[in-house]
Structures are given as C-alpha cells and as structure tokens.
Ligand binder design. Structure first.
Ligand code: G3P
Ligand code: MG
Length: 244
C-alpha cells in the first residue's frame, strides 16, 4: 500500500509549499498529492482553495492574479514566522524537486470544480511529458469531465475519479469511462464499497488518512494508497504491517 503525502507533509508544515513537499520526501513518503489552479496569465500554480485568504497573506481569487503577483504572497498561514516565507509553488518548481527522486509518485489534483480553467489539462499533460515522468503520475479531480479530458490527451497516464459521496457501484462507473482508479473519501469505504470497486479491477486511493487505526483498517480492506497529512506516521504503520 502506497503512502501519499496530502498537500505534502501538511500535518507539520504549511500545506502545498516546497517546504511541505521536501519534508514529505525526507519522511519517506512514496508520493505527494497536490492541488492545481491556473494564474491569470496561465501558469500552473499549487494551492488548495480558489481563494488566497485561508492559506496565504493575500486576499481574493487565485485566478485574478498573475504568477508573478502570486509569488508576492506568503503561503505560511498558521506558521507565520516559524519556517520563514514560503511562496506559492508552480508545478514546474515542484517537478524540478521530485523528477530526480527515483520512483516518486505525484497525484495531481485538478481543482476544476468551481473554475473550469479551460486548457489546464493540456498544460499539465505537456509539463508531465516535458519532465518525462508520465509513469509516476496520477491525475485526479472531483470534476470527472476534467479527468476524461486528461485521459483523452494522454491515455498512458493513470487517472482517478475523486468523490466524497456514496456512489453505487463506483467500480462499474469508473471502468465504463476507461479510468484506472477511484479516490473516495475514507468514510465511504466499507467492505461492500471496496469490494464493488475491486470487482472491476479499479485501484483505490483514499483520503484523508491521519490516524494509525485508519491506515490499518484501509490496509485490511486492500486499498492501493492512503493519502494523508502525516507520511511519517503512515510509513511507520505500513512498516509494522509488513513485518507481520
Ligand atoms: O485528492 C484527495 C483530496 O485532496 C481531495 O480533497 O479538498 O483535500 O483537495 P481536498
Ligand atoms: Mg487535494
């Protein structure tokens, strides 16, 4: 079972920053999940919300600022003064960090649920190809049309349907559209729903897994990846399981 750091090592460091990403690599995560938006001048930037307000010292919509303007904000909200200034990363900066890390996986979540960001799938796909890391990427989104656009552009890249609801036979739905994985919210994974998904040969990557008990429960259900804020904890639990 893979250990994916949610927004980087976001349990201890400012989410979706280069610091949180490098700390996730250091903690021994198998990969990182991150969230992508487009700046007003079309750069792929890594931040969770449509608005700057919660995670940065800026205000207003990410999409209203150029990349250079976004770089003026500090994304250290909640950690002011603790780890210095942490800028909003671009996807390029992130790829420069992880591309050399052998086997390291990246789950790119396209935040196309509210802003559709026309062309974002093309930009992500082109950058993945530029770095030559298509075999280490999972593209996911709550916007399933967005996932299908990405899948059509690059059929070799693994894709996943994100969902926080209770879908009946999520496996059949996912198989129908030629998508490899589902990314269900952990509360919706039961023996029944996990079995329905696996019966169709669909992978299960679930979030947000922040306690040892949940890591254990999901390992027993046979999920493929846990996505959580504490990759150090998940690594320790997974290592214990593998000793048994
Ligand atoms: O991709 C898993 C998870 O990140 C989805 O929800 O809101 O944390 O991006 P959110
Ligand atoms: Mg996310």
């Amino acid at each position: 079972m893979l250990n994916i750091a949610h927004r980087g090592f976001s349990g201890k460091y400012p989410e979706n920053t280069m610091l949180a990403f490098s700390k996730a690599v250091e903690a021994g995560a198998d990969g990182i999940e991150l969230d992508i938006h487009l700046s007003s001048d079309g750069e792929l930037v890594i931040i969770h919300d449509e608005l700057l307000d919660r995670t940065t010292d800026g205000k207003g919509a990410v999409a209203d600022y150029t990349c250079a303007e976004l770089k003026g904000f500090d994304a250290s909200a909640g950690y002011a003064g603790v780890y210095g200034v942490n800028r909003i990363p671009t996807l390029r900066e992130y790829f420069e960090l992880v591309a050399p890390v052998s086997g390291f996986i990246t789950n790119i979540e396209l935040k196309t649920g509210i802003n559709v960001y026309p062309g974002i799938e093309e930009k992500v796909s082109a950058m993945i190809r530029e770095f030559g890391i298509a075999d280490r990427i999972i593209i996911s989104s709550f916007n399933h049309y967005s996932v299908l656009r990405a899948k059509k552009l690059d059929p070799d890249i693994t894709c996943g349907f994100l969902c926080e609801g209770w879908i009946i036979d999520f496996g059949a739905y996912t198989e129908k559209y030629g998508v490899e994985c589902v990314h269900p919210m952990r509360q919706t994974l039961t023996e029944q729903t996990a079995a329905e998904i696996k019966a169709h040969g669909i992978g299960i990557n679930t979030w947000t897994i922040n306690t040892p008990d949940e890591v254990l429960r999901l390992a027993e259900l046979g999920v493929d990846a846990v996505i959580g804020n504490y990759p150090d904890m998940a690594k320790a639990v997974i290592e214990e399981i593998s000793k048994k």
